[in-house]
Design a protein around this ligand. Structure first.
Ligand code: PLP
Length: 259
């Protein structure tokens, strides 16, 4: 029997980095250290409490969680202006990215990124029928910022996505370059969101500011963060944007791979 799978998905290999039985799983960028017992106990107690209310749909606004995430960003990234309404949380930053594509992408719309980069980006685009356009990075994996801003003007994407630090190269994007991307995006007819994927932000050099510090002046900036790497949770991810209003919580394993 033939099932009506979308033709462009037929025959595709499912995404899947090999799950190797080794200590350091560099191909999925997992933290090799398990969470401490105290964290495991706290999670177990919280799950127990949550289970008492499983007959109800969860609170769709998740204000406590979003407030806690804002407090974390204030402590870790010195961005003390975020409120719960600025935070969006989902089942990993993968899901946050998918939500962004569902909201902003779609047929006839383009997303621009800079290769080589995280191999899931084209998949979010494919799954939402969004065109995925890449500009090559320079030989040292930095962005040619003039070429990048020119590409934003030429391609007129609905979103520009840059990982900083980048996967798989570890390259950071200086804030002045984020600002240059934001300036170019502001001129795109119909609007363009700049998404800075800070999955590895906690590993940046001391004193380097998060792109989230630019949020107050740039309503078309979203910054995604995750608990799957530095927190050794491969579980909790969130994004911030001045325009986000709702939230949900993630608890799923990271399905990433390096390109
Ligand atoms: C650059 C980048 N962004 C996002 C993710 C996805 O992380 P999460 O576990 O939050 O879905 C990864 C995972 O490897 C990544 O490398």
């Amino acid at each position: 029997m033939t099932l009506p799978i979308r033709p462009e998905l037929a025959g595709l290999e499912p995404y899947g980095a090999p799950q190797l039985d080794v200590t350091a799983r560099l191909n999925v960028n997992e933290n090799p250290y398990a969470p401490p017992d105290a964290v495991v106990d706290a999670i177990a107690a919280a799950v127990r409490k949550a289970a008492e209310g499983l007959n109800r749909y969860p609170d769709r606004d998740f204000l406590l969680l979003r407030g806690d995430l804002a407090a974390y960003l204030a402590a870790e990234s010195h961005v003390d202006f975020l409120e719960p309404r600025n935070i969006w949380a989902a089942n990993g930053s993968n899901e946050v990215m998918l939500h962004l594509h569902q909201a902003f992408g779609g047929p006839g719309r383009k997303v621009l990124s800079f290769a080589p980069t995280y191999s899931m980006y084209p998949e979010y685009a494919r799954d939402t029928l969004t065109d995925f356009v890449t500009l090559p990075r320079r030989a040292d994996f930095t962005l040619d910022i003039d070429a990048a801003t020119a590409a934003i003007r030429d391609v007129a994407p609905v979103m520009v996505i840059v990982a900083s630090p980048n996967n798989p190269t570890g390259t950071a994007l200086p804030l002045v370059h984020v600002e240059a991307l934001l300036a170019a995006a502001a001129d795109v007819p119909g609007g363009c969101l700049v998404v800075i994927d800070e999955a590895y932000a906690e590993f940046r050099r001391r004193g380097v500011p998060s792109a989230a510090s630019l949020i107050p002046a740039h309503p078309h900036l979203a910054v995604s963060r995750t608990m799957s790497k530095a927190f050794a949770l491969a579980g909790a991810g969130w994004a911030t944007s001045p325009r986000t209003r709702r939230s949900s919580m993630r608890c799923a394993s990271c399905a990433c791979r390096t390109t």
